[in-house]
Write a protein that binds this ligand. Structure first.
Ligand code: ADP
Length: 556
């Protein structure tokens, strides 16, 4: 996950989606990857400027590995990029700067929203119904050469603004330099803003971003978790940083894989004397996120439910006997909340409800196994809204094909033989696409991707290179359609041929499909009939079966 949400990887993943669905993914600013796309950046900016001389853009340069505003700066022209020797060692993303953010009290602010990725397959996403709003500490002015270096005006990072003399610590959740997002929504609502729409746009942004991230995550996942075996249940709390534009459109700034869960902040009691003091706003938002996450992920829950069914049925709002570490953790958290609620003079879980629109009113568990526990802050949004978003999951389906042909367990790159097998099994070669042309396509695309600034240097074709090859093949085969329809048609075709092949293999009693794995075999939960067959019987002596058994030995 840490790898996936780095600025460059995230930009690449979103860009693939922007190519397929430009309208749906216009919540992410146009970005270029440095140093690889520096010339492209210069050329594109020049082209737009030539067409519209009144366009006076601003760009923000963000180092790939940076966080907390580290190394970020604003520029007005591509020639202002600090190329001097640093770019090769420090790759970065340069992005269109959003010049007209929504201001409150004349200050720019952003939103930190917590998102629980509960499971990758099936995809389950929960969103915390309250978040944090982090404020700048210098009144905002649109970027101008004279104010570009005013970090307290342009960057909302808490870690930077805390050092400003204007930072306001507040005991209230609706004033000061850090507030709850719900307090912002309340304020907007009182001014007549349609906050249901704002909230539902934010939920869409989160779901679409996770959909952009999941294909590559699944490639990482299958390389770590053996297929067809019960593995660990992985989950992750993500921190989404979102900016609201003046017209209330949410813009994705970045995703954090390890969002801070601190519930105290440093305060300067007297000059030079610092003390950690509880931060009411952080506690209000973060304790609820952790508590709900533990509830949803508790691996002992099912076991206890079987042992104490009456407790779970009758005493709905109470925890079961303290029989394990997870329960005791929950208890501590609940005590913390009770104490805090009493301090605030509020009942537990009486926080302001965010707006309840069709999309915004996320389910409180419903018929799910955890439906009998009160869901205080985390609301399920996927699969709840899957119907509205599933059409976007084309790259996920491409990742299924990719993973199927990876062959050897533990690898994340497709070799030339795997790529050829993919072409052959999906019946994509023809008079106009010879296998020699397929090899050239593989070499061309793989070489280019591997020469770029990538972290994993092992040879072979990675998912993003495969996606590029797939786009190329789709454009050749279905010339007249828009890109996403070309791609969807090619995926349908591939899936159709592979299902025929699998059926044929099952009838013939062979266990492993060529390419090494059955479709969707990346998850331990979904052992397909073919995978079960391979588990129960000695594998037949096909090349792919041999590969499979070798890799299992290597793993054990
Ligand atoms: P970091 O990981 O260093 O915090 P971010 O991408 O979150 O990097 O950027 C830091 C801050 O810069 C954000 O909190 C936001 O205030 C501002 N910012 C980032 N990108 C943009 C943008 N495209 N337009 C306007 N402001 C931005």
């Amino acid at each position: 996950m840490t790898e996936m949400v780095r600025k460059i990887t995230l930009s690449r993943a979103v860009r693939i989606m922007q190519n397929l669905f430009p309208e749906e993914y216009n919540f992410y600013p146009r970005s270029w990857i440095l140093p690889d796309e520096f010339q492209l950046f210069v050329a594109q900016v020049r082209m737009v400027k030539d067409g519209d001389p009144s366009w006076k853009p601003t760009f923000i340069v963000k180092p790939d590995s940076g966080c907390q505003g580290d190394g970020i700066y604003l520029i007005k022209d591509p020639s202002d990029i600090r190329l001097a020797g640093t770019l090769q060692s420090r790759p970065a993303v340069v992005q269109e700067y959003i010049c007209k953010p929504l201001l409150i009290d004349k200050l720019k602010f952003d939103i930190r929203l917590y998102v629980l990725l509960k499971s990758l397959e099936p995809l389950e996403i929960y969103i915390a119904k309250d978040g944090l709003s982090r404020f700048c500490t210098e009144p905002y002015q649109e970027p101008h050469p004279r104010n570009l270096h005013h970090i307290f005006m342009h960057l909302t990072n808490y870690s930077l603004n805390i050092h400003s003399g204007n930072f306001v610590h507040s005991d209230s959740t609706s004033t000061g330099s850090k507030r709850t997002f719900s307090s912002i929504l309340c304020r907007l609502s009182s001014k007549g803003v349609d906050i249901k729409k704002v909230w539902s746009d934010i939920i869409s942004l989160v779901i679409k971003t996770v959909i952009a991230l999941t294909p590559e995550l699944r490639v990482f996942y299958q390389s770590d978790i053996p297929a067809g075996r019960p593995g660990p249940t992985c989950f992750q709390i993500l921190g989404f940083d979102i900016l609201l534009m003046k017209n209330l459109k949410p813009i994705l700034l970045e995703v954090n894989a390890n969002p801070s869960m601190r519930i105290e902040h440093e305060q300067e009691l007297s000059p030079g004397v610092f003390e950690n003091v509880p931060s009411l706003v952080d506690e209000e938002v973060k304790v609820a996120v952790i508590r709900d996450t533990l509830r949803l992920m508790d691996p002992f829950k099912k076991k206890r439910e079987n042992h104490f069914p009456d407790i779970y049925m009758d005493r709905k709002h109470r925890f079961p006997p303290v029989s394990d570490r997870m329960s005791s953790l929950k208890l501590q958290l609940s005590k913390l909340s009770i104490v805090r609620s009493q301090q605030l003079g509020k009942p537990l879980a009486s926080k302001e409800e965010p707006p309840d629109s069709d999309l915004a009113s996320a389910s409180a568990g419903g018929a799910s196994p955890e439906g009998h526990l009160p869901s205080i802050c985390l609301k399920q949004v996927f699969p709840k809204y899957a119907k509205q978003f599933n059409y976007l999951r084309l790259v996920d389906r491409m990742a299924n094909l990719f993973i199927r042909f990876l062959g050897i367990k533990g690898t994340m790159k497709l070799g030339p033989t795997g790529f050829r097998t993919f072409i052959r099994n999906c019946k994509l070669s023809s008079g106009s696409l010879s296998m020699a042309a397929v090899d050239i396509l593989y070499i061309d695309i793989t070489r280019r991707w591997n020469s770029m600034t990538v972290v994993h240097q092992d040879s072979g074709m990675g998912l993003q290179a495969f996606v590029e090859a797939f786009f190329y093949l789709a454009q050749r085969k279905f010339k007249m359609l828009p890109l996403h329809e070309q791609v969807a048609s090619l995926i349908d075709l591939c899936e159709y041929h592979l299902s025929l092949l699998d059926e044929k293999r099952l009838v013939c009693g062979r266990s492993a499909p060529s390419g090494g794995r059955p479709p969707h075999s990346g998850t331990p939960q979904e052992a397909t009939p073919t995978a079960q067959l391979a588990e129960g019987h000695p594998p037949p002596c096909t090349n792919s079966a041999l590969k499979l058994s070798h890799s299992r030995h290597a793993l054990s």
